[in-house]
Design a protein around this ligand. Structure first.
Ligand code: FMN
Length: 175
Protein backbone atom coordinates (compact mmCIF):
# COMPACT_ATOMS: atom_id res chain seq x y z
CA UNK A 1 0.00 0.00 0.00
CA UNK A 2 1.36 3.38 -1.00
CA UNK A 3 1.88 5.87 1.81
CA UNK A 4 0.93 9.51 1.50
CA UNK A 5 2.02 12.45 3.64
CA UNK A 6 -0.77 13.90 5.79
CA UNK A 7 -1.06 16.56 8.49
CA UNK A 8 -0.17 15.20 11.94
CA UNK A 9 -3.61 16.14 13.25
CA UNK A 10 -5.60 14.28 10.60
CA UNK A 11 -6.08 11.01 12.48
CA UNK A 12 -5.75 12.05 16.13
CA UNK A 13 -9.10 10.63 17.18
CA UNK A 14 -8.37 7.27 15.60
CA UNK A 15 -4.84 7.20 17.01
CA UNK A 16 -6.10 7.78 20.56
CA UNK A 17 -8.88 5.23 20.15
CA UNK A 18 -6.48 2.49 19.06
CA UNK A 19 -3.89 3.47 21.70
CA UNK A 20 -6.52 3.05 24.41
CA UNK A 21 -8.21 -0.06 23.08
CA UNK A 22 -5.33 -2.25 21.91
CA UNK A 23 -2.10 -0.31 21.61
CA UNK A 24 0.14 1.27 18.99
CA UNK A 25 3.39 -0.08 17.56
CA UNK A 26 6.57 1.86 18.28
CA UNK A 27 9.66 1.04 16.24
CA UNK A 28 13.25 1.93 16.95
CA UNK A 29 16.70 1.06 15.70
CA UNK A 30 20.04 0.76 17.46
CA UNK A 31 23.43 2.01 16.35
CA UNK A 32 24.23 -1.33 14.67
CA UNK A 33 21.07 -1.00 12.58
CA UNK A 34 19.03 -3.67 14.38
CA UNK A 35 15.33 -2.80 14.37
CA UNK A 36 12.73 -3.56 17.02
CA UNK A 37 9.04 -3.01 17.66
CA UNK A 38 7.09 -2.77 20.93
CA UNK A 39 3.49 -2.04 21.83
CA UNK A 40 2.65 1.20 23.64
CA UNK A 41 -0.58 2.05 25.38
CA UNK A 42 0.52 5.29 26.97
CA UNK A 43 1.43 8.49 25.21
CA UNK A 44 0.04 11.75 24.01
CA UNK A 45 0.21 14.17 21.12
CA UNK A 46 0.31 17.95 21.59
CA UNK A 47 2.13 21.15 20.92
CA UNK A 48 5.30 21.99 22.86
CA UNK A 49 7.64 24.85 22.00
CA UNK A 50 5.35 25.53 19.07
CA UNK A 51 5.99 22.10 17.53
CA UNK A 52 3.80 19.01 17.21
CA UNK A 53 5.11 16.43 19.64
CA UNK A 54 4.41 12.76 20.40
CA UNK A 55 5.27 11.95 24.01
CA UNK A 56 5.81 8.25 24.70
CA UNK A 57 6.52 6.55 28.02
CA UNK A 58 9.07 3.73 27.92
CA UNK A 59 10.35 1.80 30.92
CA UNK A 60 14.14 1.39 31.26
CA UNK A 61 13.72 -2.41 31.26
CA UNK A 62 12.49 -2.40 27.64
CA UNK A 63 14.94 -3.39 24.91
CA UNK A 64 13.49 -0.42 23.01
CA UNK A 65 14.72 2.02 25.66
CA UNK A 66 18.40 1.74 24.75
CA UNK A 67 17.54 1.82 21.02
CA UNK A 68 15.80 5.19 21.37
CA UNK A 69 18.65 6.44 23.53
CA UNK A 70 21.21 5.37 20.93
CA UNK A 71 19.67 6.80 17.79
CA UNK A 72 17.32 9.47 19.11
CA UNK A 73 14.29 8.71 17.01
CA UNK A 74 11.28 6.41 16.78
CA UNK A 75 8.12 5.90 14.78
CA UNK A 76 4.63 5.30 16.12
CA UNK A 77 2.42 3.19 13.87
CA UNK A 78 -1.33 2.79 14.14
CA UNK A 79 -2.34 -0.82 13.44
CA UNK A 80 -5.60 -1.90 11.88
CA UNK A 81 -7.87 -4.37 13.62
CA UNK A 82 -6.28 -7.21 11.61
CA UNK A 83 -2.97 -6.72 13.45
CA UNK A 84 -4.46 -7.18 16.90
CA UNK A 85 -2.64 -10.46 17.53
CA UNK A 86 0.69 -8.96 16.40
CA UNK A 87 0.12 -5.98 18.72
CA UNK A 88 -0.45 -8.28 21.63
CA UNK A 89 2.69 -10.31 20.74
CA UNK A 90 4.86 -7.20 20.42
CA UNK A 91 3.65 -6.12 23.87
CA UNK A 92 4.43 -9.40 25.58
CA UNK A 93 7.82 -10.56 24.27
CA UNK A 94 11.11 -8.70 23.99
CA UNK A 95 13.26 -7.99 20.98
CA UNK A 96 16.09 -9.43 23.08
CA UNK A 97 14.55 -12.86 22.49
CA UNK A 98 12.58 -12.54 19.24
CA UNK A 99 12.76 -10.82 15.89
CA UNK A 100 9.21 -9.51 16.20
CA UNK A 101 9.08 -8.19 12.63
CA UNK A 102 9.86 -11.68 11.31
CA UNK A 103 7.66 -13.56 13.77
CA UNK A 104 4.60 -11.51 12.84
CA UNK A 105 5.39 -10.88 9.16
CA UNK A 106 5.65 -7.14 9.67
CA UNK A 107 7.38 -5.30 6.84
CA UNK A 108 9.78 -2.51 7.79
CA UNK A 109 9.57 0.47 5.44
CA UNK A 110 12.58 2.80 5.51
CA UNK A 111 11.77 5.93 7.48
CA UNK A 112 11.69 9.05 5.32
CA UNK A 113 13.13 11.49 7.84
CA UNK A 114 14.23 9.21 10.69
CA UNK A 115 16.35 6.08 11.03
CA UNK A 116 13.56 4.03 12.60
CA UNK A 117 11.34 2.20 10.10
CA UNK A 118 7.61 2.47 9.58
CA UNK A 119 5.53 -0.72 9.50
CA UNK A 120 3.98 -1.22 6.07
CA UNK A 121 0.94 -3.11 7.39
CA UNK A 122 -0.10 -0.24 9.70
CA UNK A 123 -2.39 2.54 8.51
CA UNK A 124 -0.93 5.75 9.99
CA UNK A 125 2.65 6.53 10.89
CA UNK A 126 4.26 9.27 12.96
CA UNK A 127 8.00 9.86 12.45
CA UNK A 128 9.50 11.40 15.58
CA UNK A 129 12.88 12.83 16.56
CA UNK A 130 13.66 12.97 20.26
CA UNK A 131 14.04 16.58 21.37
CA UNK A 132 13.88 16.01 25.11
CA UNK A 133 13.54 13.28 27.71
CA UNK A 134 12.32 13.38 31.27
CA UNK A 135 12.03 10.71 33.93
CA UNK A 136 9.00 10.15 36.13
CA UNK A 137 9.95 11.36 39.61
CA UNK A 138 8.97 8.61 42.06
CA UNK A 139 8.48 11.02 44.98
CA UNK A 140 5.97 13.06 42.96
CA UNK A 141 3.82 10.11 41.93
CA UNK A 142 0.73 9.58 44.11
CA UNK A 143 1.14 6.52 46.33
CA UNK A 144 -1.80 4.67 44.86
CA UNK A 145 -0.42 5.17 41.34
CA UNK A 146 3.03 3.95 42.40
CA UNK A 147 1.48 0.94 44.08
CA UNK A 148 -0.57 0.05 41.04
CA UNK A 149 1.85 0.82 38.19
CA UNK A 150 5.34 0.74 39.72
CA UNK A 151 5.49 -2.10 42.26
CA UNK A 152 8.99 -2.98 40.93
CA UNK A 153 10.14 0.59 40.32
CA UNK A 154 11.12 0.73 36.62
CA UNK A 155 9.65 4.23 36.33
CA UNK A 156 9.06 5.37 32.78
CA UNK A 157 11.20 7.76 30.83
CA UNK A 158 9.11 10.20 28.81
CA UNK A 159 10.56 10.75 25.36
CA UNK A 160 9.43 13.97 23.69
CA UNK A 161 9.39 13.10 19.99
CA UNK A 162 9.03 15.98 17.60
CA UNK A 163 6.65 14.80 14.87
CA UNK A 164 8.55 15.54 11.71
CA UNK A 165 6.19 13.75 9.29
CA UNK A 166 2.98 11.80 9.35
CA UNK A 167 1.93 9.30 6.70
CA UNK A 168 -1.18 7.27 6.03
CA UNK A 169 -2.26 4.60 3.59
CA UNK A 170 -3.49 5.93 0.32
CA UNK A 171 -6.93 4.55 1.01
CA UNK A 172 -7.48 4.53 4.73
CA UNK A 173 -10.31 2.35 5.90
CA UNK A 174 -11.21 3.02 9.55
CA UNK A 175 -12.43 -0.29 11.00
C1 FMN B 1 -1.41 -2.98 25.33
C2 FMN B 1 0.01 -2.78 25.81
C3 FMN B 1 0.50 -1.50 26.05
C4 FMN B 1 1.81 -1.30 26.49
N1 FMN B 1 2.26 -0.04 26.72
C5 FMN B 1 3.53 0.18 27.12
C6 FMN B 1 4.03 1.52 27.29
O1 FMN B 1 3.34 2.53 27.01
N2 FMN B 1 5.29 1.67 27.75
C7 FMN B 1 6.11 0.60 28.07
O2 FMN B 1 7.26 0.79 28.49
N3 FMN B 1 5.67 -0.69 27.88
C8 FMN B 1 4.41 -0.91 27.40
N4 FMN B 1 3.96 -2.19 27.18
C9 FMN B 1 4.86 -3.32 27.40
C10 FMN B 1 5.88 -3.53 26.25
O3 FMN B 1 5.25 -3.46 25.00
C11 FMN B 1 6.53 -4.92 26.41
O4 FMN B 1 7.23 -4.98 27.64
C12 FMN B 1 7.44 -5.29 25.27
O5 FMN B 1 7.71 -6.68 25.36
C13 FMN B 1 8.74 -4.51 25.24
O6 FMN B 1 9.48 -4.93 24.12
P1 FMN B 1 11.05 -4.73 23.95
O7 FMN B 1 11.74 -5.36 25.17
O8 FMN B 1 11.36 -5.48 22.69
O9 FMN B 1 11.31 -3.28 23.87
C14 FMN B 1 2.65 -2.42 26.72
C15 FMN B 1 2.18 -3.72 26.49
C16 FMN B 1 0.87 -3.90 26.02
C17 FMN B 1 0.37 -5.30 25.75
Amino acid sequence: MQKVKVDYSKYLKETFRVMKESGLLLTSVNKEGKINVMTIGWGTIGIIWGMPMFLVLVRPSRFTYSFIEETGDFTVNVPSERLREAVSFCGSVSGRDYDKFKEKNLTPLPGKGVKSPMIAECIFHYECKVLHRNDIIPARVPENVSGEFYPQGDYHRIFFGRIISTFSDNKVKIE
